[in-house]
Ligand binder design. Structure first.
Ligand SMILES: Cc1cc2nc3c(=O)[nH]c(=O)nc-3n(C[C@H](O)[C@H](O)[C@H](O)COP(=O)(O)O)c2cc1C
Length: 324
């Protein structure tokens, strides 16, 4: 094998650096840290925080800015417990799965009720506002749980009519969903997400890194070569060799290698996603197999449980072969 040049530079950075900065901003951190919370501390939510959450809600996009939604934020504990009693009286077995909770909304101290026109034409707008509110709450250290289970009871049971009356929704509106809000008293693990739901069409890599290994895209901090991207580039420069007799007249360019970084930093499932030439693919795979252990991706946990733990993740490493 004759040692020749390897030019990674800009292209190496494209995927790895982009992936890192993606998880290095507050919005992504908030999105990734949010969980549905079903157990709350016995601690009221500050009114000012609920105002901020409402502001986030009404700043969601809506079709032609029509804002066909109605938001009611319940701080009245008696209203929450009264409706819970009504629920218990008619459906003793149904307390949203937890009969010991303070109320039927997972015991949350505050409840956001969102209504939308009865014809259903603006449910999407109302949904968008809900996500805005949940993320705002998360950013304020609060937990949330969007729920439609209780809505079925509230809309159909005569004994819950007083609750709906208190909401004073416009006549042609219906209650669509509720969001429990409060300080979390649990730290649930992230629920798995199915990366295969996402397909890229055209672009850099037309087939998404395969979904054959049950990996989740729900992690916070990307895996990293020890020492970072520059160290990775340098390491590749020192270790990559062109196949014997390979000349600059033969195909050059980028080999995109996909692999799993295991929790202990070892690399598995190494495969080529895109390559200008099978010989370059072979070399890219060989060199990745020789790499030292990586720093694994880390899952972030929201307060009150702080910290993170190592998780498996997939990494896409573009390696550029360019002979002078
Ligand atoms: C439209 C909708 C209705 C939901 N209804 C309920 C519900 O009635 N009770 C509940 O505990 N969670 C409910 N959830 C929460 C989901 O179970 C939860 O979002 C999902 O399991 C993913 O978990 P995560 O939110 O922690 O990521 C609902 C979520 C959505 C989007």
């Amino acid at each position: 094998m004759k040692r020749l040049f390897l030019c990674l530079m800009a292209m190496l950075g494209v995927l790895s650096l982009a992936a890192q900065s993606e998880f290095d901003n507050e919005v992504m951190q908030t999105i990734m840290a949010r969980r549905s919370i079903r157990k709350y501390l016995d601690k009221p939510v500050e009114h000012s925080k609920l105002e901020t959450i409402a502001k986030a809600g009404i700043n969601a996009p809506s079709a032609r800015n029509w804002q066909y939604w109605a938001v009611r934020i319940i701080e009245d504990q008696k209203l929450l417990t009264d409706v819970t009693e009504a629920c218990k009286a008619t459906m003793p077995d149904w307390m949203n799965g937890d009969s010991s909770a303070k109320n039927m909304f997972r015991g949350a101290p505050a409840l956001i009720c969102v209504g939308a026109p009865k014809d259903g034409g603006f449910d999407l707008d109302a949904g968008l506002m809900g996500q805005n509110m949940m993320l705002a709450a998360q950013s304020l250290g609060l937990g949330t749980c969007i729920q439609t289970g209780p809505v079925r009871f509230l809309l159909t049971n005569e004994k819950a009519k007083f609750f709906l009356d208190r909401l004073e929704l416009p006549d042609d509106y219906k209650l669509l969903y509720v969001i429990a809000v409060g300080y979390p008293d649990e730290t649930p693990d992230a629920k798995p997400r199915d990366a295969s739901k996402v397909k890229f069409i055209g672009g850099e890599i037309s087939k998404e890194a395969s979904d054959d290994d049950g990996l989740f895209i729900d992690y916070f901090e990307n895996a990293q070569f020890p020492g970072g991207d520059e160290a990775c580039m340098k390491w590749l420069q020192e270790h990559i060799k062109y196949p014997e007799g390979y000349t600059s007249n033969q195909p050059q360019g980028k080999v995109v290698v996909s692999f799993i970084v295991e929790k202990d930093g070892s690399l598995d499932g190494i495969k080529v996603m895109k390559s200008p030439n099978p010989l370059l693919s072979e070399e890219a795979i060989r060199v990745v197999k020789e790499m030292p252990k990586w720093k694994p991706a880390r899952q972030y946990f929201p307060p009150p449980r702080q910290g993170s733990e190592a998780v498996r993740s997939r990494f896409l490493l573009p390696v550029i072969f360019k002979q002078p």
